[in-house]
Design a protein around this ligand. Sequence first.
Ligand code: PA5
Length: 445
Amino acid sequence: MDFIKVNNQHVLGAVTAADVNALMPKANAALETLKKADGAGNDFLGWLDLPTRTDKALLDEIHAAAQSLRKSCEVVVTIGIGGSYLGAKAVIEALSDSFAPYRHRADNPEVLFAGQNIGEDYLYELQDYLKGKQFGIIVISKSGTTTEPAIAFRLLKDQLEKAIGKGEAAKRIIAVTDAKRGALRQLATEEGYKTFVIEDSVGGRFSVLTPVGLLPIAVAGYDIYTLIEGAQAMQKALTVTSDDNIAEIYAATRNALYNAGKKTEILVNYNPKLHYFGEWWKQLYGESEGKDHKGIFPAAVDNSTDLHSMGQWIQEGERTIFETVLSVEKQQHKVVIPSDAANLDGLNYIAGKRVDEVNKMAELGTRIAHVDGQVPNIHITIPELREQYLGQLIYFFEIACGISGYILGVNPFNQPGVEAYKKNMFALLAKPGYEAETEAIRKRL
Ligand code: PA5
């Protein structure tokens, strides 16, 4: 099996090899802490050996449930937010035909998403689109109490039950939630939905390789067995403590850059299919490291598109950034630029070249320009956008995140700051139990 590769040689200048090497003992120690489970947040380490713990029986069960939805539905709406949304969205987008939404393939249900926002027009338009269609629902919430997905589920459940009756609707709803706790678990039990469990020890942003991500990915028609195989291979490689471990190298490098004043990391792709991978990565690193008034700010751009919008800032703005580039080696299709006798556009100098060759030169030219402009560049090579490499990449970023968070000195596995807005929202909406907060917040308006 080919593997993803990490090259940190183009950060040198902003930091020295000695700066990175000086953090390797901390990276080694952080990985040991993860493996011994004796660090902060150690009750949320279920993801660490998840790939090798995921047995064929579970994958078969997920596959069978997905097949049943694929057979009965033209559209499957996956409801969830944050860690219960971004991983599945990232993998499906990375593997999908860019024009899948317009192709209407009878053999493949459309996978749509809801509950990832509270947009009234979004929900109206989704419900309108679903009218008269055979649809099913995957509702995902670890806590089972998150407001955004709960609202979307209430609306779509009602619509489905009115369209096909409560009994039939129950056959087309699958819930992924906690084994025992939460409103969604209770509702699923009472309504008799098929369910999958999210383990207590796997936090939302680390849950893409559980049924949270695997079920929607399988419904979209992708190979979850190979995805897990890729993650298993990475788990075996990256749980070995070593100065050659690419997760340790990435974690040490980004912390060396942070210590040198590079406070923002931009995840860069040169393939539009990786846009949502950047969104997933932003959550993973932002929620894991942004605490105690510390942490690299994770940003993302899609190139070459964003070279025409953010390129100026990256080239010449404040020198507090570095880039991590996701570079896909091999494309799935071949498109050659044709020659033109008149050559009015002046493009004959690239006639006969593949579009990807031009893209790769845009990438290389940008790297040289940015490194010259003092933007350090970490380069991650992905052999192809296929399930096994995405499985590798997911596990690589997860374990590197745990190592990096420990080097930084935070608990990478909690997210106390997420509660602040919820408290205010509940107070403003006068949720029962929030009477004092409601009174207090209304006085501030
Ligand atoms: O990573 C996290 O913990 C969060 O992003 C959650 O995944 C998100 O808030 C959704 O939570 P839940 O799955 O409980 O609805």
